[in-house]
Design a protein. Structure first.
Ligand code: NCD
Length: 477
């Protein structure tokens, strides 16, 4: 991957995030005060999906810094329409620019772009995977409007499954010690791979709690039905201590106690364009959290409302004049934040706090392998769109259990069985008995998600007992 690219929020350390926010604050004081900083520099913006704020604020930011922009905003106006690969498009555009912002409907597209680019890539949103620069804008808004990134209590509402802004924001908030409450639309809960990452890499258990007062946000308006009895997920972190992943143990709270709390509601729309199963149809009577003056009422008097925008019907226009609403201010902050990011990523301003190791080193304990029988099955992942330009290896994680994750979309595949072929005999066993000492040995094995998958491929259940087949896990690189 091109060093210095920003593909996921994990590519920035907490110190680097703070550098961006500090510099943004300085630049915001006088947006016209840096007219020659990036003179002679060109930013390419490759937008293969609609965008108002991300493209607009990136281009405005580059121009305010005295730089230039070249852009393609429609796949039909580029040679991709003639069958050119994303890899070739990126290769060529990187020779026209000093840095490239890319938005694409495929998950992992930014990662592929970074592999083929000769200049830094900034992910402006890749399918439902991540949107790290929106997170920088969200954090900046929280810092400016809440006063600090410490002690945040934030309710992430709406399409948590497909909302890429939510995924990047969740990981960043965990690193800054926030307490997060997930309030999804029905069927739009956090995807398994994000939950997995929260629990394994961020080492934070997700607890089920009663929705309590938050049930009022599911009020459909038409029949006034509320869902106070609903269970929702929450993660608790040590309050007021950023950069720490020490866990706060609230003795397994069963009901949220939100009285008098300073809450932030981060509202998102249904990502209808990513609706592969037709469950996102925007029916007013759906169980989907909606914010309006009535829903917030006096109960959430001390709250703040953010939204990455665009909104559809989940955020009532009657909130626009409400002092709790900060979403238009949040959109405006996109310019100073992106001015700061561009200045730092092009080396025009120094990273003041220095480059340090990420506090969450998500790559720890991970090695690349090419297991037989298992591949990324996410149809929107770049590996299933442009396989010939992708690395077919998966990441292997062994703790707390054996699993593979796609390098591009990060979706997790948990094999339940492994198979071996010896003297023409094909047998399978539960994964808990997998005996291997080094990654090289992994080539001996096949992996299956289910017994059916194993049987379909001609494997039969091994009769060996677990005693004869001890579990040895010692992975060496
Ligand atoms: C978001 C996006 O594109 O993911 N918009 C944005 O960049 N501000 C949110 C959305 O489209 O719902």
């Amino acid at each position: 991957m091109y060093k210095g690219s920003l593909v996921t929020i994990d590519d920035l350390t907490n110190e680097e995030i703070e550098d961006v926010l500090d510099l943004a604050q300085e630049m915001q004081k006088d947006l016209r005060g840096f007219p020659a900083l990036a003179s002679g520099h060109i930013m390419a913006s490759l937008f293969f999906e609609p965008s108002t704020r991300t493209r607009g604020s990136f281009e405005s930011a580059m121009k305010r810094l005295g730089g230039n922009t070249i852009t393609t905003s429609d796949i039909r106006s580029s040679s991709m329409e003639k069958g050119e690969s994303l890899a070739d498009t990126v290769r060529v555009w990187s020779s026209y620019s000093d840095l490239m912002v890319i938005r694409h409907p495929w998950e992992g597209a930014a990662r592929l772009a970074a592999d083929f680019s000769s200049v830094p890539i900034i992910n402006g949103g890749d399918g439902s995977h991540e949107h790290p620069t929106q997170t920088l804008c969200d954090l900046y808004t929280l810092k400016m409007e809440h006063g600090s990134l410490d002690g945040l209590r934030i309710v992430l509402c709406g399409d948590l499954k497909n909302g890429r802004t939510v995924h990047s924001l969740t990981f960043a908030l965990l690193r800054f010690g926030a307490q997060i409450i997930f309030l999804p639309g029905e069927g739009l809960e956090l995807p398994d791979h994000v939950k997995y990452k929260i629990e394994t890499e961020y080492k934070t258990p997700i607890q089920k709690v009663g929705a309590g007062d938050l049930g009022a946000l599911y009020n459909t308006g038409s029949d006034g039905e509320t869902f106070n009895e609903t269970d929702i997920d929450a993660v608790y972190m040590t309050p007021s201590r950023s950069h720490q992943l020490t866990m706060y143990q609230p003795e397994m709270a069963t009901q949220l106690d939100l009285k008098g709390q300073n809450l932030t509601f981060y509202v998102t729309r249904r990502q209808a364009e990513r609706d592969e199963n037709g469950i996102i149809h925007g029916n007013k009577s759906d169980k989907y959290p909606r914010i309006s003056k009535r829903a917030l009422s006096r109960r959430f008097r001390r709250s703040m409302v953010l939204h990455p925008l665009p909104r559809v019907d989940e955020l009532s226009p009657d909130m626009d004049s409400d002092r709790r609403s900060k979403y238009f201010i949040q959109a405006g902050y996109g310019v100073p934040v992106r001015m700061a990011l561009l200045s730092l990523m092009t080396g025009l301003k120094p990273w003041r706090k220095g480059i340090t190791k990420n506090s969450i080193d998500s790559k720890t304990d991970q090695i690349s392998v090419m297991p037989r029988g298992i591949r990324c099955e996410n149809p929107s992942c770049v590996i299933n769109k442009e396989a010939h330009n992708c690395d077919p290896e998966l990441r292997l994680l062994v703790k707390p259990e054996i699993r593979f994750s796609c390098k591009y979309c990060e979706q997790v595949i948990v094999p339940k069985f492994y198979g071996t072929e010896q003297g023409g005999r094909k047998t399978y066993n539960p994964i808990s008995r997998l005996p291997f000492k080094s990654r090289h040995q992994l080539f001996q094995f096949y992996f299956f998600r289910s017994k059916e998958e194993a049987t379909e491929q001609g494997f039969s259940r091994s009769s060996t007992s677990s005693r004869d087949n001890p579990r040895i896990l010692e992975v060496q690189n």
